[in-house]
Write a new protein. Structure first.
Length: 225
């Protein structure tokens, strides 16, 4: 996709080349980094033009978690973690830090590209409308959220989840339905991932967090009362 730049961070040259080749076939611009320190340096120099990061976890000098923490201090750029680990707890930890997608090695390059496209399309699918929900205002063009006029910081996944709840105000949504619509693919992890994201969103909304109701045995509903 012309004009879209992706930073690929992995200490394995063959993995970087494989991912780069598939991304370039789709006309994405690719920048490479072979370790965490180089990734931070490159991101700081190119933050305005990097649209997405593919980030390995286990790397020398600075691991992926440390890189992600530093990036999240200054940017909400979408991040897909690439890791050889498949433990559920690792995935939950990644989402807590602000990961937007999580792919376990070995993976199909075609599936990776499909998920990259899905995230890029969600970010680019902008509308120019402000909506207010009991003091929670969402701007879909700038992908920003304010509470009583004060901006709050949300990761891409947190934003998408909140927006889905707002778009379906007063509708009880099952966890499966939320996964299928917000995560945008068949997710095989634990639905506690949703609970973790909801907890963080409620905290960031402050007193307005009470509008996200837990529907026992079902899922969640956004309701202003």
């Amino acid at each position: 996709m012309e004009g879209v730049t992706i930073l690929v961070v992995d200490d394995e040259y063959r993995m970087r080349k494989l991912v780069k080749d598939f991304l370039q076939k789709e006309d994405y611009n690719v920048i490479e980094a072979e370790d965490g320190e180089e990734a931070i340096k490159i991101f700081n120099e190119n933050s305005e033009k990097i649209n997405l990061i593919l980030l390995d976890v286990m790397m020398p000098k600075l691991d992926g978690w440390s890189v992600l923490r530093q990036i999240r201090q200054q940017s909400k750029v979408p991040v897909i973690m690439l890791t050889a680990r498949g433990e559920e707890q690792d995935e939950l930890f990644g989402f807590e830090l602000g990961v937007d997608e999580y792919i376990t090695k070995p993976f199909s390059p075609k599936i990776l590209v499909a998920r990259v496209k899905a995230i890029i399309n969600r970010v680019d699918n902008k509308q120019t409308e402000n909506k207010d929900f009991g003091g929670i205002e969402i701007n879909t063009e700038g992908r920003t959220v304010t509470v009583d006029g004060k901006p709050i910081e949300l990761s891409l996944r947190e934003y998408e989840l909140l927006k889905y709840l707002l778009d379906n105000e007063n509708v009880a949504l099952s966890r499966d339905k939320i996964l299928n619509n917000v995560w945008n693919y068949d997710y095989y992890g634990d639905s506690r991932t949703i609970d973790s994201h909801i907890k963080k969103i409620r905290h960031k909304l402050g007193k307005k967090g009470k509008y996200i109701k837990t529907i026992r045995g079902v899922g969640y509903k956004f309701e202003v009362k």
